[in-house]
Design a protein around this ligand. Sequence first.
Ligand code: GLU
Length: 486
Amino acid sequence: MGATTDLAAGSPARSTDTVVTRFAPSPTGFLHLGGARTALFNLLYARHHGGEFLLRIEDTDRARSTQPAIDAILAGMRWLGLDWDGEPVFQFARADRHAAVAQEMVANGHAYRCYLTQDELAAMRAAAQAAKTPLRIRSPWRDRTDHPADQPYVVRLKAPTEGATTIRDLVQGEVTVQNGELDDLVLLRSDGTPTYMLAVVVDDHDMGVTHVIRGDDHLNNAFRQFPIIRAMGWPEPTYAHIPLIHGADGAKLSKRHGAVGIEAYRDEMGILPEAFDNYLLRLGWGHGDDEIISREQATEWFDLAGVGKSPSRFDIKKLENLNGHYIRMADDERLADLVAGKLDFEHDDTRRAVLTRAMPALKPRAANINEMADGAAFLFHTRPIAMDEAAAALLNADSAPILNAAHAALDAANEWDTETLESAVRRVAEEQGVKLGQVAQPLRAALTGRKTSPGIFDVLVLLGRDESLARLADAAARLNARKDDQ
Ligand code: GLU
């Protein structure tokens, strides 16, 4: 079976005690918050132990797996720097290998051919329903040898019926299930295709996975997968089932809470990847009171003992706080590129240069890239600039003389830097007998068309002398026109 030789298991470079983790998304939807966090925990665990982090695309559900979903998962992981080792493994391509394992299990007596018909199965289901017991199939074919020729069959696991199975989960602790509660699950369907339960176990083995870190919605599956591992005599992986993520209201995360593809955090919410990573890390894992944790620090500190047992809550405010922090730390040119993308002129070098210069003024207030784009937009307005309602209201009979005085004072400024401009504007306020804000507010309205903006002296410097004075003159003309109307 060709695909198995591509896998890392048994590669001479890997020593037997190397930690190997994997992220195994099903490409039936986009990469969401919970999946990204699972990937991050797997990555950090592997890196912390100097091991490997592998990626397996579980595309066995042919009807629901799509190429756009695969692309989105890979792109999302790259965006977050969730860099996997080697090539991704595609599960469906390994179907022959999965089938071969099922046949091997039949040969060694750990699985059997089951010829139950649809009608017989329906009757068993109905009987279980009537008795109000869960359907646990132990087929009469478990011990029969009189196999009919030319009849369709499925291959079922000969699951243990006695005793109990205990998993020592690194997050959930010791969890025990009575074997009598397990069923003889299907390994191969009648068309010869492997089931998901079988494929996961075979792939984890062949990839040499030592630690299975995944959402706790898979804990039940672990008990069904265990007998397959035992039947094959393979090494048992260590499990860590991490609690799911809930919305801020405590309910299971849904679309309403932001359970969207992670690209939405980048494209719609303007989140930086390092902020998102830091946030994911803190969702369910902690290290004392530390909130801001770099990837390097996380790699050094990460362990599964720090993962809590209760579900964590998604909190957009926390994410934005972290994002604001990382924005302030980020390189100006990088931010300018991101903002230029939002403003749809990523290929305009002149405007990008203007943005880069504006970054120190824009960074301190922004919680996301959208706010930065919004805050920067005034730089690119064409005159006479549009005013929003709040700005228009600031340009009134009271502010007209102030604005005129400010225009005159700024026109007379011999330097155009924040210090000179600030003292000029302060002088205007003194002369007019008003507070600084009463000069700054109409100035801001006239220069940006808004009531809020970066600091007014930064605005003046960023716009430059000519553009600033022209916008002020426009505002004065506007006021005069209004006066004429009255
Ligand atoms: N493909 C499964 C999922 O996306 C994960 C299986 C596993 O991690 O074992 O939920």
